[in-house]
Design a protein around this ligand. Structure first.
Ligand code: PLP
Length: 414
């Protein structure tokens, strides 16, 4: 059930009309539903009830402190990819003992901070990273908990920019080299081998790549156990897709059934790193039409949000539904919904059959994941504000940036 629905001819977030939010906070504005955030986490967690598991929300999808804090309150762990994300999630009340640290380029300082915080595991992605982690942990007199992110070489059948588990990918260690790396890690004094990890891609809408990857992974886990290396956890990564247009997302019950069958009777705790699936549907980007610019070849609706606010259409040619907050009758046409940024690639949606007038509010749907978190200040545009709707209440969880803040860190030459 969507928490964004029409009532009395107007799109609402839970019990609040989006026009009221636009009036109070201005546009562009990201609007999230608390109920949607909480129910998506609960649904994911409940799918694995009864088996030892931990959901580590991949916070790069949406890293607003209030969002992180809601998940932390529900018991969520977190998948982080930088020292900045570590600081952010700790500030939001995340439990360090439930944090896994992914990413191919962890710096020494990032490793030190994560060790000092006492995270659950480093997902190590290369032999060079293992050596660095061992040295850093030794200096700090810690033992770093590690798992290797292995590359199962399966095709997740998604956009090439978000396929991460193919042999050509920069991510993970080669499947065939993994046993050797595990043996090496087991001999190092300052690391403790804990688990194994995969993450095969994003916006995946088929269950088969997951099954294929998990089966390969379990073969490796058993081989390691036979070699005397017993793993405490298996991290199956994230990547479950959502419906943007007409995709048929994998149902959580089917996904969980497949995994329960494969892991029945096994000793390892399961970890998951869902990002998009927990937050994507829980947000919209609210924007206002500034001008209509009908043309001979194309008709443009120029709105006050742009590629700096929501990069996915420009970056991945991603499709987001665009709904008028108050649908009007009248002259419908195929509009190009574009922003004010000086790039031809600055579009939010193309060829949308709508009746529009200047001043109309539009909701760009399913913008809760990789929306605000990928935003920038390109064209010296202050980033949008973010609000969370809780029933009939609206909470400002990030105020709009002020223009002076955009150059406050810069200096003139003497
Ligand atoms: C981005 C990422 C995720 C989350 O991916 P989603 O498609 O948003 O679920 C999980 N794990 C790792 C290592 C990632 O880089």
């Amino acid at each position: 059930m969507s928490r964004f629905a029409y009532r009395d001819g107007e799109l609402h977030a839970e019990g609040v009309a989006l026009s009221a939010i636009a009036q109070r906070f201005g546009t562009p504005c990201y609007v999230y539903s608390r109920a949607a955030l909480e129910s998506s986490y609960r649904e994911f967690d409940a799918a694995f009830a009864g088996i030892p598991h931990l959901v580590c929300y991949a916070m790069k999808a949406n890293a607003n402190l209030a969002v992180l804090n809601l998940f932390a309150r529900l018991g969520s762990g977190f998948d982080i990819v930088s020292g900045g994300e570590l600081a952010r999630v700790l500030a939001a009340g995340g439990d360090p003992a439930k944090i896994v640290f992914s990413g191919v380029g962890k710096t020494e300082v990032e490793m030190e901070r994560a060790l000092a915080a006492g995270i659950l595991c480093f997902n190590v992605e290369s032999a060079a990273e293992l050596a660095r982690l061992d040295a850093v942990a030794g200096r700090l007199r810690h033992r770093a908990p590690v798992s290797f992110r292995v590359n199962p070489d399966v095709d997740p059948k998604t956009h090439p920019y978000i396929a991460t588990g193919l042999k050509e990918s920069k991510f993970g260690v080669d499947f065939d080299e993994a046993p050797q790396l595990y043996r090496q890690a087991a001999r190092l004094p300052n690391v403790a081998v804990r688990g194994i990890d995969i993450h095969i891609g994003s916006q995946i809408t088929e269950i088969e790549p997951y099954r294929e990857a998990a089966i390969k992974l379990l073969g490796l886990v058993d081989r390691l156990r036979a070699d005397g290396i017993a793993l405490a956890h298996v991290d199956l990564g994230g990547g479950l897709g959502i419906r943007y247009r007409d995709e048929e997302p994998v149902s959580l019950s089917d996904y969980a059934r497949m995994i329960r069958a494969l892991f029945a009777g096994r000793p390892e705790r399961l970890l998951f790193e869902p990002g998009r699936r927990l937050v994507g549907d829980a947000g919209v980007l609210l924007t206002r039409v500034e001008f209509l610019k009908p043309g001979t070849a194309r008709d443009f609706a120029i709105v006050d949000a742009a590629m700096n606010d929501l990069l996915r259409p420009s970056l991945y040619d991603a499709w987001h539904a665009v709904d008028p907050v108050r649908p009007r009758r009248g002259d419908e046409r195929a509009w190009e919904i574009v922003g004010p940024v000086c790039e031809s690639g600055d579009f939010l949606a193309r060829d949308r059959w709508l009746a529009l007038a200047a001043g109309d509010l539009l909701a760009i749907r399913a913008a809760g994941a990789y929306g605000m978190s990928m935003s920038s200040n390109y064209n010296s545009r202050p980033r949008a504000c973010e609000v969370i709707v809780d029933d009939t209440q609206v909470h400002l969880v990030r105020r709009r940036e002020e223009i002076g803040e955009l150059f406050a860190l810069e200096n003139l030459l003497p």
